[in-house]
Design a protein around this ligand. Structure first.
Ligand SMILES: [Ca+2]
Length: 569
């Protein structure tokens, strides 16, 4: 049974009754109690059939469009063949949008292993969704395995719209809601029913995970759908995604003023200048964790130690990559401190100074995406009313649009768009997860500290809120900062790790993940090479990822390339 629950430890009934009331009072006051439930381990099963599932799976508002056997080895991960499985495709809630006349549906595929581990994995996809990515359940960084390979049944969906619409799907109010949270709510019971048909039993345990917007889906699911999920992984979550997008647009307006070539934002803060800042951060912060190794593990101490105005040379003449102009320092420091609206109100969050500023990924998020991605999303998916599609110009909107107006309109509603863009994207009851904790569910969150679009400090602030609401939240939710990692992967970082195995052990065996080992993806890595890896690191460097507020610290002796030489403190 899915809802099978065992207590972590059995106690005499009288003792349990005697402590029940104080425990409830403690919980109400935000203190922790010892009553976290232990969920039972999933049990394996075998697929009963495949191609005939197209006619057998029956669920309201659902049309199954295909079921085919995928032979062993047709997919590979890190050079290893994925075992035989069944691919089922379908569409839910097919309809025509009343506003724009476009066809909408929640498209999905499920991949069901012949030899099933009894677990369901909802693969939360990134970006604007709109694509049914292959349902393998990919994990963080360049993967060596994934959920499908591990024996999970995996679902992937387009979250309710076709990618060909771009951000214009936001003109349809229901498509906004499906993208925000309702697609997960509609797909999950359908998937459970389909697995019941395919295996003769529903999944024993259910998991959901993703990165970026997928991390946001995960944060939302932890708040809205905790009754249906036992374990959730949120990677680099865009927990307050519309605010992050508007802050990024405000950043673009700042970089545009610094640009030496009009329209080329990257000339406002060049690669050489970003490398200069990265090196200055390392100079101030690298050794704070006990190891001068090109990594800043002591992130909070680093933010206190580093001062852009003081620690980077100021140009006395023309900018040449060895200094920053006074204007650059003011603007860039202001953006790291958190972009603001016209009254000085901070739009989103601070960003930490980090050694990962000089990567191509960082530049792409800061200088290209405000125009190519954030502008359209703010204009059409979150603003009420949306912009006029006929006259919209993304560069004009990003570089000359009113930040104040954007902030107001993502919080507005009208008769057509009854829920605001900010509301439909964010988890409700921010920083509170009583249902997840109450049922024995677990949440693992990770965030790269060089993420240029969703700040790791926003996730830290969320976690601090969770700790205020749930006492020491580490009995059900843990946050792992990944030093140097860019947005979901890349950067000068050890960013290859398997958090799903750790999560399963925590959910089903009560083994709390006190550290997760992460590896560099250097030359020869089977999951793909990380082009941002510094040349003087071992290609196989490992580090522990530590549960916040702990950080990794060098033990003072031992191989500097090995996680074994570091402790979480
Ligand atoms: Ca270091």
């Amino acid at each position: 049974m899915d809802r099978q629950i065992q207590k972590t430890r059995s106690r005499p009934l009288a003792v349990a009754l005697a402590t029940a009331v104080p425990a409830l009072l403690l919980a109400a006051c935000g203190g922790s109690s010892d009553s976290v439930a232990q969920l039972a381990e999933a049990r394996p099963a075998s697929l009963l059939s495949c191609t005939d599932l197209a006619g057998k799976i029956s669920f309201p508002n659902t049309r199954i469009t295909g079921a085919e056997t995928v032979a062993a080895g047709a997919l590979t991960v890190a050079g290893k063949p994925v075992a035989e499985h069944c691919r089922v495709t379908g569409r839910m809630h097919e309809r025509v949008g009343p506003v724009d006349g476009q066809s909408y549906a929640i498209g999905f595929e499920m991949r069901m292993p012949r030899d099933w581990n009894g677990r369901f994995f909802y693969q939360a996809n990134g970006g604007l969704d709109g694509v049914v990515s292959t349902a393998v359940g990919a994990l963080g960084g360049g993967p060596l395995t994934h959920a499908l390979q591990m024996g999970f049944a995996v679902l992937s969906s387009d979250a309710g719209h076709a990618g060909s619409l771009g951000p214009l799907f936001g003109l349809d109010p229901q498509a906004r809601l499906d993208y925000g949270y309702q697609a997960v709510g509609k797909l999950t019971p359908m998937a459970r029913s389909a697995l019941q048909t395919a295996y003769g039993k529903a999944p024993d345990r259910s998991y959901l995970g993703g990165c970026s917007n997928g991390g946001r889906h995960a944060m939302v699911a932890a708040a809205r759908y905790a009754d249906q999920y036992d374990g959730i992984i949120a990677g680099n979550p865009g927990t307050r995604l519309p605010l992050a997008a508007i802050a990024n647009i405000a950043g673009a307006q700042g970089y545009a003023k610094l640009a030496t070539t009009a329209g080329d934002l990257g000339t406002g803060f060049t690669q050489a200048e970003r490398r200069l800042v990265s090196q200055a951060v390392l100079g101030k912060c690298d050794a704070l964790d006990g190891a001068t190794d090109g990594m800043v593990q002591a992130g909070a101490a680093c933010q206190a130690a580093f001062d852009l105005a003081r620690d980077v040379p100021t140009c006395s003449g023309a900018r040449d990559g060895t200094c920053l102009s006074a204007e650059q320092k003011t603007t860039i420091a202001g953006l790291f401190k958190g972009a603001t609206g016209s009254s000085g109100n901070r739009i989103y969050q601070t960003f930490p100074y980090d050694a990962g500023l000089d990567t191509a990924g960082w530049a792409s998020w800061k200088f290209s995406n405000p125009i190519s991605r954030d502008a359209g999303a703010v204009a059409f998916i979150w603003q009420t009313p949306p912009e006029s599609a006929a006259s919209f110009n993304d560069a004009q909107f990003a570089l000359n649009g009113s930040i104040d107006s954007m902030l107001a309109r993502i919080q507005a509603t009208n008769a057509t768009y009854a829920e605001s863009g900010l509301s439909l994207m964010m988890p409700p009851n921010y920083g509170q997860l009583p249902a997840l904790r109450g049922r024995g569910g677990k949440l693992m969150v990770y965030h790269g500290t060089a993420d240029p679009i969703f700040s790791s400090e926003d996730t830290v602030q969320w976690y601090e809120q969770l700790r205020r609401n749930h006492g020491d939240a580490s009995d059900f939710a843990r946050l792992y900062l990944v030093p140097g990692m860019n947005h979901c992967s890349g950067g000068p970082a050890t960013e290859q790790f398997d958090m799903l195995s750790a999560l399963v052990a925590w959910v089903e065996k009560g083994q709390a993940p006190d550290r997760v080992i992460a590896s560099a993806r250097g030359a020869g890595n089977a999951g793909g090479v990380n082009a941002d890896l510094p040349a003087n690191w071992s290609a196989t460097r490992t580090r522990p990822l530590c549960p916040y507020p702990q950080t990794a610290r060098y033990n003072g002796s031992g191989d500097i390339e090995s996680a074994a030489s570091f402790s979480c403190r």
